[in-house]
Design a protein around this ligand. Structure first.
Ligand code: SAM
Length: 161
């Protein structure tokens, strides 16, 4: 197996200092503000990002110290294969969220809808482009076929650390 090494391009700053009671997805709290603090050496790469309203952020679930192939996720009491979930305890502890951009000021990208712990290392950001990312065929969402209210009602806990 290849061992890969990534460098953080910055850090996620959010209001969530503890895993307890934080949102479990961006749509779990649409008002949840925060910002991405980009390392000075990467700031040139933000040129023209201000033309986009939404952003994919990719980050390292840095508090997770284990990996599991079968998990009981936040959204269900049944056990599922980790790759059929968004649980943090993955072989590569990489998280991905779509967030709304408020504004960009220097090395800071102010965003909304965060489901990420404060201090999380940021691996990459990419603009959200519906013409690239919205599937045209009917979409099936398996066991995650839950109403939006269910996502807002569930909150995080410490089960994965
Ligand atoms: C279910 S994951 C979903 C994250 C992302 N939207 C995704 O789909 O990859 C969100 C949960 O990950 C956990 N979490 C967030 N940041 C973390 C971090 N830096 N280390 C460990 N766990 C974290 C919290 O429990 C949070 O509620």
């Amino acid at each position: 197996m290849n061992t890969l090494e990534f460098k953080a391009i910055g850090v996620v700053k959010s209001q969530f200092k503890s895993l307890e009671e934080m949102p479990i997805q961006p749509t779990g709290d649409l008002a949840s503000p925060g910002y991405l603090e980009i390392e000075e050496s990467y700031v040139e790469g933000l040129k023209d990002l201000d033309g986009f309203s939404h952003l994919y952020i990719l980050y390292h679930f840095h508090k997770v110290k284990q990996s599991k192939l079968l998990v009981k996720p936040f959204m269900d009491d049944a056990v599922h294969g980790v790759f059929a979930t968004r649980a943090p305890v993955r072989p590569n502890a990489i998280g991905m969220s779509v967030v709304a951009i408020d504004r960009i000021e220097g090395c800071r990208i102010y965003i909304q809808n965060l489901d990420v712990l404060d201090g999380t290392p940021l691996l990459d950001i990419k603009p959200y482009v519906p013409a690239f990312d919205l599937p045209q065929a009917p979409v099936r969402v398996g066991w995650l076929d839950k109403p939006a209210e269910a996502i807002q009602a569930r909150k995080s806990d410490q089960r994965f650390v």
